[in-house]
Ligand binder design. Structure first.
Ligand SMILES: [Fe+2]
Ligand SMILES: [Fe+2]
Length: 356
């Protein structure tokens, strides 16, 4: 991570509109593995979450109606407000607007899909590396959740859209740094709190605009799982940093800051615009100056910032950096209430399971 420090010059907060990763990736990871002979309950809260995880399982092949006839250009989405208010967007013909909005949404769904693969791999590593049995149990249920998420986003993108987009360099950079990291708490910080916290906010945003019934239900089921995953991250780290010495704590804060920058920049991609023939320069300019984009970017951190406060990392270096990024004001948002509302949203998808 140290080699990347130059990218984090605090005087330069201009987002990077980066490239994509097209080849399959293979690299060594070196997470520590812990066998623990204490099989007793150390955290009642984690065991309750584990029970909830088991009771909330759903089956992607049975609980979603894949026969739904999806008309991408008619009933998928309203355009996002940050695009709809733009002069260049208003000048497009209705046909061009529909095409662009459809492709932007497919691009977003594709990044969700790639992010879910990262979550699948990182969570499988947690089973071995997290010390307590309570944590291993919960991680095991999350592995199944994440496999299901890869399954549903992959199937939706392949069967219902014009085809998947490649993963952005910024998102892959973060997934790689999480899965190659040896220390278990870094995996929690990068995956459970950052990637999942942002994903939950993005799912809520997309679900609110979505009119297509299959995707709306798919997102609702995924959001319920993701809210548990974020809660797992907070519970696991809540007191972990209390007695940690300053140098080690600072290392965590730098990791979080770099990951935050990467997650912000993953939103900046021109792939969809290029696919429909809109100039890259115009879009890059829009993405770096639009007030709507800035607002959207800030709101994406609605879970991340308060959760960093809850685990005791939002002070010193990180407090200063979040302040410079303009997201510090989110620190007092009641993210627990948001998580609980989704966790409790529907605990028994099997109850209204579609009969074969
Ligand atoms: Fe997921
Ligand atoms: Fe997740």
């Amino acid at each position: 991570m140290a080699a990347k420090q130059n990218e984090l010059d605090p005087t330069d907060f201009a987002p990077v509109v980066g490239g994509v990763v097209t080849e399959n990736q293979s690299f060594d990871s070196s997470e520590s593995t812990i066998y623990n002979w204490d099989y007793g309950v150390n955290s009642q809260a984690l065991r309750r979450l584990y029970e909830l995880g088991k009771n909330s399982q759903w089956n992607a092949t049975q609980d979603l109606d894949w026969d739904t006839d999806v008309d991408l250009e008619q009933d998928l989405f309203e355009p996002d407000a940050m695009v709809a208010e733009e002069d260049w967007f208003k000048k497009l013909t209705p046909r061009e607007r529909t095409h662009l909005v459809t492709e932007i949404n497919t691009q977003t769904l594709s990044q969700f899909l790639h992010g879910e693969q990262g979550a699948l791999i990182a969570t499988s590593q947690l089973v071995g590396s997290v010390p307590d049995m309570d944590g291993k149990f919960y991680a095991a249920t999350q592995v199944v959740d994440e496999a299901r998420h890869v399954e549903v986003f992959s199937r939706y993108v392949r069967e219902k859209t014009n085809g998947a987009y490649d993963i952005t360099e910024s998102l892959f950079g973060l997934l790689k740094s999480v899965s190659a990291e040896s220390r278990w708490d870094f995996k929690f910080l990068g995956m459970q709190l950052l990637v999942e916290g942002l994903a939950l906010a993005a799912f809520i945003n997309m679900s609110g605009r979505c009119k297509e019934p299959l995707l709306k239900r798919l997102l609702r089921l995924v959001m319920q799982d993701e809210a548990r995953h974020v809660a797992y991250g907070v519970l696991s780290l809540r007191s972990y940093y209390d007695d940690m010495e300053q140098q080690q704590r600072r290392e965590r804060q730098e990791f979080v800051y770099e990951a935050t920058i990467r997650m912000r920049d993953r939103l900046f991609s021109t792939q969809a615009h290029e696919r429909v023939g809109i100039g890259k320069k115009l879009i890059e300019d829009f993405m770096t100056r639009s007030e709507q984009v800035k607002k959207f970017r800030t709101l994406m951190f609605v879970n991340v910032v308060p959760n960093m406060k809850k685990i005791g990392l939002l002070n010193g270096f990180l407090e200063q950096k979040f302040g410079e990024m303009g997201i510090l004001a989110l620190q007092d948002f009641d993210s627990d209430a948001l998580l609980q509302s989704y966790i409790a949203g529907d605990n028994s998808p099997a109850a209204d399971r579609k009969q074969p």
